[in-house]
Each structure stands twice: as C-alpha cells, then as structure tokens.
Design a protein around this ligand. Structure first.
Ligand SMILES: *Cc1c(COP(=O)(O)O)cnc(C)c1O
Length: 302
C-alpha cells in the first residue's frame, strides 16, 4: 500500500520499466482529476510510452507487434472516468496475459476505482479479484473511490513482483502512513463503508423516507438517478427518488446550518437522500424548514 493510486502507478512503472518501454493502448491514455495525466506521470519515471492501437480499437496483434527487448511492462488502464461507445474493441486481460506470459513480460492492470469483488450494481466495473484471476501480475487500485477507504494506492499481485516493488528505493518515498493503514484495515475488515452503503441503498426504503419528508413539507417526490462520482462507473445511473423544491431554496440550504447541498436541475432544487444516513432525515427536514423561512423573509423584505 502506498500514498495514492498515482504513486502506485509511478512505483510500478519505475520499478518495471524505467529506461525501457511501457506498452499501452491509445484508448487508455487517461487524464484523472485536477489535470493529472497518467501519461505524464509514467514518463516522469523515465519510462517511454509505447502506444499501440487507436482511440477506439486495439487488438492483440497491436500489443504483440510492440513487444521486444525494450519492453519493461504491458499496462492496461481502466478508463474509469469516461466511456467510449460505438465501434470499439479492447483486449481483455486474460488474452493479454497469455501474450505477456509467453513473452516473459509483466502485465500491470490499473483499475483505478478499487472494487475488490464484482458488484452486481456496477456490472461493467472491473474488480481486483477478477483481474488477478485473469492473469494480471500487478493490479493497482485506489483506496478512496469505490472501496470507500482512505486515500491510498493498493498494489496486489504476484509475490515476486510485489516484493520487487516493495524493495525499490522509491517505495520508501511513497509509503503509506500508519493512520492510512489503520483506516484501510477498518475499511476492509469493518462493516460496509458509507460509499458501499449509499451505492446499495434499497430503493423502496429510499422512497419511504422521501415520501415521509415530502408529506411533512407538502412537496412532490420525483424519480431521480444518483451517480457514483469520484472516478468510478461513469454514466451508470442509480435509480432513486428526490424531493422537488423551488430552485430559490438552494442557496438558503447551502448557507444554512447544517448546510445542505442540493442538486439544482431544470429549474428545481432536488434533494436525494441516497447519501444521507437515515437518522439525519429529521435534520434535513429542519434545514429545509429553515431555508423556507429564510426564503420567505427574503421575499417579504425584497
Ligand atoms: C483515480 C485513478 C488513478 C489515481 O488514483 P489516486 O488514488 O486518485 O491517485 C490512477 N489510475 C486510474 C485509472 C484512476 O482512475
């Protein structure tokens, strides 16, 4: 475990490919949050990117043609924050693994979001266990996306390679501190963390909670899709419900105490309880009442 996913990728590419080539598909040259490009990160390690395939299609023979004495590793990056639809094709890890094993080259899979096992709610999101079973030598995942833990980069894989990475001098510079280690342990050994609870929230239960607030406030309930956010499962809708309030309430909710951050959409102020613990529903109700009062006061003053 290291500081974050970016550090994990830097450590893996430095230890396996500094001064040599990282073979990667042109469809997987990803920019993550705040303008950071994985390509720049990897090149900063002294590795050369050997791009193969095209934006929409990469085939096994593209990888095969690029392997040679200069290959440090083959990297597969999960495009965790965008989607390419249409005429597309990518090489699954198990096929790629047969090629890399035959050539004696390590295969690194950067999954980004850190699901440990498949999740039926996110059918297209890759998970660490399946990637290892498919033959990745090293799997990289972030601790604070779908895993729901602290900021951390997690490297799992074949013992020889993980040992090699752990012994690399850079490992010391990117090692995780004890608070992050403790938080990660609590995340995987404790009950489901908030991200997982919100992702798996029961839709019927959400409806009952939303109806209760709607009746108390005399406002409508509308269907509302949630999103995972934070660099995982882009575009996957999570069906649910929202209270529909007048748009003008939004700024009073944000400025209130407790502050409530609603979604402003299509002329409405929407409140989706998916990520609110049920015990806080009553506080949300109080905050909305306060915001209504503030809006009324502003209206009569103006
Ligand atoms: C988010 C992400 C990273 C970086 O992880 P951090 O923990 O945010 O540094 C690396 N690769 C992929 C594919 C990602 O989605």
């Amino acid at each position: 475990m290291v500081n974050n996913g970016a550090a994990a990728l830097v450590l893996a590419t430095t230890a396996l490919a500094a001064g040599r080539e990282v073979v990667v598909s042109r469809g997987e040259l990803v920019e993550i949050g705040a303008g950071f490009r994985l390509t720049d990160l990897m090149e900063s390690t002294g590795a050369t990117l050997r791009e193969v395939g095209t934006t929409n299609r990469t085939h096994l023979h593209d990888y095969a043609g690029a392997l040679g004495p200069d290959t440090g590793c083959v990297l597969k990056v999960h495009p965790s924050n965008f989607r390419v639809d249409g005429f597309t094709s990518a090489v699954p890890l198990d096929e790629l693994s047969r090629l890399t094993v035959a050539n004696g080259v390590p295969l690194v899979a950067d999954l980004g979001s850190g699901l440990l096992v498949p999740d039926p709610f996110l059918p297209d999101e890759p998970d660490v266990s399946s990637a290892l079973v498919s033959g990745a030598d090293v799997v990289i995942a972030s601790g604070d996306k779908l895993l729901g833990g602290p900021q951390a980069g997690i490297l799992l894989g074949r013992r020889e390679i993980i040992t090699r990475l752990a012994r690399h001098p850079l490992a010391r510079a990117v090692r995780a501190d004890k608070l992050a280690l403790a938080a990660l342990e609590a995340t995987v050994a404790g009950g489901p963390p908030p991200v997982v609870q919100a992702l798996h929230a029961d839709v019927g239960q959400l409806r009952r909670r939303t109806d209760k607030l709607a009746q108390a406030l005399d406002v409508p309930v509308v269907p509302h899709d949630g999103r995972v956010g934070g660099g995982g499962a882009p575009g996957v809708p999570l069906p649910g419900w929202a209270l529909r309030l007048p748009e003008g309430l939004a700024r009073h909710l944000r400025a209130g105490d407790p502050a409530v951050l609603p979604r402003v959409h299509d002329g409405s102020c929407l409140i989706d309880l998916r990520c609110v613990p049920e015990k806080d529903d009553v506080r949300i109700l109080g905050a909305i009442r306060q915001a209504v009062a503030a809006l009324d006061a502003a209206g009569s003053a103006g």
